[in-house]
Design a protein around this ligand. Structure first.
Ligand SMILES: C[S@@+](CC[C@H](N)C(=O)[O-])C[C@H]1O[C@@H](n2cnc3c(N)ncnc32)[C@H](O)[C@@H]1O
Length: 260
């Protein structure tokens, strides 16, 4: 956070210096001097635009970061790591893994910020745990609806308890299986799939091919090799911090194949 503030200060300073330099260049007289001055001014304008863009991005990042203590407070009592053995068995039985982990707030922001989502988008987290990702997407972005799908009742109940406290737009937590839950309105799907089996990934890909073209799938495990042939293009790859790793791969796919 301190680094961001310094970057913002430096960008503001370069903006100020650039404006002053432009004014002093304008006072030059001879034609050679004027040509050189025009070139310098053009360069300064480009530099000023870069500084402006940097400031906008940093301001957005700072605004988002201000939400993190709020999210921490909302989830202060929640813990997705401890669940009964029978719930672990039920997850394993369906190809998932009982191991728990969470994406870090800035990591999710880095991805969703780049997607430029709007009020026509519907966000799903398949395997939403205690619901942090869904809540962050709900509070920080203009999604029409944000849905968390979680199989383990212990985790699902904690997410519901939080949602009850601040339900204000379409925010939904379902205690359902990601292989059978209704995904028909999804436009953005996130899944912390590191531990999903190949079989589960294959079944999910089959489900996704029945959804709307334009669908974005954000996944920590690559989609199966055949994804490209059924219309899923890898559009971006990130390496971002998670609760269990300082740098974990994140793959973003877009479904472009129109439905027949
Ligand atoms: C690694 S956690 C991710 C938590 C959250 N998405 C995050 O990133 O902060 C994966 C979750 O998927 C859930 N899960 C596994 N298989 C599932 C299935 N078939 N249907 C729904 N949820 C499932 C697990 O119970 C676990 O809570």
């Amino acid at each position: 956070m301190i680094n961001k503030k310094w970057s913002l200060l430096i960008a503001l300073l370069s903006l100020h210096i650039g404006a002053q330099q432009t004014e002093s260049i304008k006072t030059r007289n001879s034609s050679a001097e004027k040509d050189a001055a025009d070139r310098e001014i053009a360069q300064l304008k480009r530099d000023l635009k870069v500084a402006h863009d940097q400031i906008n991005d940093l301001q957005l990042e700072l605004e988002k970061a201000q939400q993190y203590p709020l999210l921490d407070a909302i989830f202060s009592g929640a813990n997705g790591f401890l669940i009964p053995q029978e719930e672990k068995n039920s997850i394993s039985h369906r190809g998932g893994a009982p191991t728990y982990g969470e994406i870090k707030y800035p990591s999710l922001d880095a991805i969703l910020h780049d997607l430029n989502v709007d009020e026509n988008d519907v966000f799903y987290d398949l395997g939403s745990g205690v619901g942090k990702t869904v809540m962050q997407a709900h509070l920080n972005y203009p999604f029409q609806k944000t849905v968390g799908v979680e199989l383990a009742p212990t985790r699902h109940k904690q997410a519901e308890a939080v949602a009850d406290k601040l339900r204000n737009r379409m925010l939904e937590f379902r205690q359902e299986d990601m292989l059978t839950t209704d995904l028909s309105d999804a436009t953005v799907i996130y899944m912390c799939s590191t531990c999903f089996s190949d079989d589960l990934m294959g079944k999910l890909l089959d489900r996704f091919t029945k959804l709307k073209p334009g669908l974005v799938v954000i996944t920590l495990k690559e989609l199966p090799d055949r994804a490209k042939s059924v219309g899923f293009d890898l559009i971006k790859k990130y390496t971002l911090p998670m609760s269990w790793s300082a740098g974990n791969s994140v793959y973003v796919y877009k479904y472009t194949k129109p439905r027949k």
